[in-house]
Design a binder for this molecule. Structure first.
Ligand SMILES: [Mg+2]
Length: 397
């Protein structure tokens, strides 16, 4: 059965929360972001008044200052946003228990089974918008469609304070006239590359011969582009409430001394963890490698990173550092585990540097996650990972 997925996104969330807390800020160009002295700092949220000056999120604060010199600049009040986020989740639960946060200010709801309780889809959406506005004094936008991606784009197209529903079967039609940059994973770099091929709209992207895309983006790069252009996306909404940590471990059939055989197993575990992380709209700041040696002594090696991440490449890079510590003990290994903690909702705090590289990986994982949603986790293997010699696989996220 085709589902109905509701995507809800708070309008200029951080800026709106600040305005709700201090009404004197209302109607002003308000820019919320990181430390102004840090050159890597970016805008986390800009009020619609600030956007008129060309300011948008993920823009360097320095640039925002140039565009909007009379704007009001504020640092993020992290704890407050989390509290508002939790209160909004409680409101969302009045519509359905099948909720998945996609970031601190976005959520996907499977409303298939609860539409009838409200009369129709639009009444359900209006109920959420009204409840949030009455309680938190902030507005939001809702998109409804057969999958998460199309619902999100529908919401993006009707911001702020909007509502848009795409009937099942109309996904491709709805997307066709939009610019390719509206698709998830198509950032400025990919958009430039597509434009150089003469591909400006999603319709053109859907029609461009596979061979041409392949030459530009590689075998795996085209997957997500093709899926997305056709309006195909995941409708999987699995759980509610954010886990405190995500972990996965494996016991070997026999104790192993060769780290060349152990490492790929750990990469595989980290892929599982990262996949769960992304599907929960979370990022991690702390990566832990757990090793149990043949004498049953267990050691944990951890590293906290500066920039939270949800990308396998970043997590694997840290694990590679931790291997050195784990190898110091020249003992056979009985069990290995990966744990991701210090989790937070994806804050859209995009890094300034390496944006091109990050974009490429995000696009790849977007495709990988969609395929896994459709065909199961093992449908896709990224990088060199190894199955086998494994007795049990346990997840206790
Ligand atoms: Mg938002």
């Amino acid at each position: 059965m085709t589902k109905r997925i509701l995507h809800i996104d708070m309008d200029a969330f951080f800026a709106s929360v600040e305005m709700a807390r201090n009404p004197l800020l209302k109607g002003k160009p308000l820019i919320v972001g990181g430390n102004e002295d840090d050159l890597r700092s970016v805008v986390a949220s800009a009020s619609y008044e600030a956007r008129k000056f060309g300011v948008h999120s993920a823009m360097p604060i320095v640039q925002a200052k140039r565009l909007c010199p009379n704007g009001i600049f504020m640092r993020c009040s992290q704890g407050i946003y989390n509290e508002v986020c939790h209160r909004i989740q409680i409101i969302l639960e009045t519509a359905t228990p099948v909720i998945q946060m996609a970031s601190i200010d976005e959520a996907n709801l499977d409303i298939t089974g609860s539409i009838h309780l409200f009369g129709d889809e639009e009444k359900l959406a209006r109920h959420l918008k009204k409840s949030i506005f009455e309680q938190e004094h902030i507005s939001c936008t809702i998109g409804v469609a057969s999958n998460k991606m199309v619902a999100k784009i529908a919401a993006n197209e009707s911001k702020p304070d909007g509502y848009l529903s795409i009937p099942n079967g109309h996904e491709r039609l709805f997307l066709a006239p939009l610019a390719v940059g509206k698709l998830p994973g198509v950032g400025p770099h990919t958009q430039d590359a597509l434009e150089s091929l003469g591909v400006l709209t999603i319709k053109q992207l859907a029609e461009v011969p596979e061979q041409i895309l392949k030459s530009k983006f590689g075998e795996q790069g085209i997957l997500s582009l093709q899926y997305a252009a056709l309006g195909v996306g995941s409708d999987e909404i699995t759980r509610r409430g954010a886990p405190k940590s995500i972990s996965r471990e494996t016991t070997f059939l026999e104790d192993i001394a060769d780290w060349l055989a152990i490492e790929p197993v750990i990469f595989r575990l980290s892929e599982h963890c990262a996949h769960t992380l992304r599907s929960e709209g979370l990022e991690t700041k702390r990566i832990t490698l757990k090793v149990r040696y043949s004498d049953f002594s267990t050691k944990s090696f951890s590293k906290t990173v500066d920039d939270p991440t949800a990308l396998d490449v970043d997590i694997i890079a840290v694990l590679k550092e931790l291997f050195f510590k784990a190898k110091v003990r020249r003992a056979r290994v009985r069990l290995v585990g990966v744990n991701l903690s210090k989790l937070s909702y994806n804050q859209h705090q995009l890094r300034l540097f390496n944006r091109e590289k990050t974009e490429k990986w995000e696009r790849l994982y977007e495709a990988v996650d969609i395929m896994r949603g459709k065909m199961g986790f093992d449908a896709v293997h990224v990088g060199k990972t190894l199955e086998g010699r494994v007795k049990k696989d346990r997840s206790d996220s």
